[in-house]
Ligand binder design. Structure first.
Ligand SMILES: Nc1ncnc2c1ncn2[C@@H]1O[C@H](COP(=O)(O)OP(=O)(O)OP(=O)(O)O)[C@@H](O)[C@H]1O
Ligand SMILES: [Mg+2]
Length: 344
């Protein structure tokens, strides 16, 4: 192999190996060394790649030429899925070229999409089953019972409202996701927006909301409807699941964690039962609820925090959740100030 070929091989981001007719690794690029280890070179491939399907594909090419493709899951160094392509080595010498393409992210996306469809179907099926059941009852046994009819219609009304909320949330999530790469461009004062959200929620519930907006809150580049949705959901959660000592506090910060830019920090806190540490990182997953039955009975769809996360991402901000079981929860939104340089 000449220098140019070696340079090209070394610069490829995908792992590539060259094997001789006896299946010994004669060339290995850095990407392949990172996956198969430093000791792969000069040894039979089975020392570094212990996967029967992969070895079978290479053997088939070494004995019969041509091309073989196979997908394998490698558990080390971390679990990853690779699409392996074995082809007869170019040039005079017999051998094989093995190209490994990391398809972990693709497979993960596929699984997430499948899970999502199955979750949506499941969430729609239970209210639908209730509606169908009550329609049958109203047509049959309860046809002439006005009391039962009124009771059943109230339940049907609540179930239909839940389905409608779920569809609204799904559309909202799809809309936010589709424009996540476009950062809002309009400068916005957070103070009046936060006050509006807190007033509206306090009017709808018995739980008071304490509002504390510090002076000097910088304007942010924001979409007022989306940011309203963010703080409505966080406050709604604090009222629904926390229920005590609900606060909305906003202040300027000199450096947003991770981002390092100046901006606004808006925290929604409660002193309710809190959230287990194990649940915290999963809260923004679609349909993730720490207590499904409780959230459902309170009318939740489990999409609120997923929508919040996407909106905060679109605003190039950060969302942080901290809590300890029994000690309340704190959800903090950081938004870069309107004057700060653009972040990707
Ligand atoms: N302040 C809080 N205290 C305790 N648990 C919380 C709090 N906020 C959120 N959670 C938990 O996180 C879960 C997810 O919240 P999220 O807002 O995504 O969904 P939801 O409130 O159930 O439904 P939706 O917001 O779509 O109506 C909730 O079901 C609840 O279990
Ligand atoms: Mg919610």
């Amino acid at each position: 192999m000449n220098n140019l070929a070696t340079d090209i091989l070394d610069s490829l981001p995908d792992p590539v190996l060259l094997l001789d007719a006896g299946r010994v690794v004669t060339r290995i690029n850095p990407a392949a060394r990172a996956v198969l280890g430093e000791r792969a070179l000069g040894r039979d491939l089975s020392h570094s790649l212990r996967h029967p399907d992969a070895l079978g594909a290479v053997d088939a090419v070494l004995t019969g030429g041509g091309y073989r493709g196979v997908e394998v899951a490698l558990p080390v160094p971390t679990a990853r899925a690779y699409d392996l392509q074995a082809v007869a080595a170019p040039g005079e010498e017999p051998g094989a070229l093995l190209i490994m393409r990391d398809v972990t992210a693709v497979r993960q996306n596929e699984r997430m999409r499948a899970d999502f469809v199955s979750n949506v179907s499941h969430e729609l099926r239970s209210p639908l089953a209730t509606l169908i059941g009550f329609i049958e009852t109203l047509r049959g046994p309860a046809a002439d019972d006005p009391d039962a009819r009124a009771r059943f219609l109230a339940i049907m009304d609540a179930e239909a409202a839940r389905m409608s909320r779920l569809v609204d949330d799904l559309l909202s999530l799809a809309r936010v996701e589709s424009r996540e790469h476009v950062r809002p461009e309009t400068a916005l004062e957070l103070g009046p927006l936060l006050k509006g959200v807190a007033d509206a929620l306090a009017a709808r519930s018995d739980v008071p909301v304490a509002l504390d907006i510090a002076d000097g809150l910088p304007p942010v580049l924001g979409d007022p409807d989306e940011l309203t949705q963010v703080f409505e959901n966080l406050l709604d959660n604090a009222i629904k699941y926390g229920g005590e000592d609900v606060r909305l506090a906003a202040a300027a910060v000199a450096r947003i964690p991770d981002i390092g830019l100046p901006g606004a920090c808006i925290a929604v806190t409660d002193s309710g039962p809190g959230i287990d540490e194990a649940d915290l990182p999963r809260l923004t997953e679609r349909f993730y609820r720490t207590d499904k039955a409780r959230s459902r009975s309170l009318g939740g769809t489990g999409l609120g925090l997923a929508i919040v996360k996407h909106i905060v991402n679109r605003h190039r901000g950060r969302l942080a959740a901290t809590s300890a079981a029994g000690q309340g929860s704190r959800f903090t939104v950081f938004l870069p100030s309107a004057g700060s340089p653009p972040t990707p």
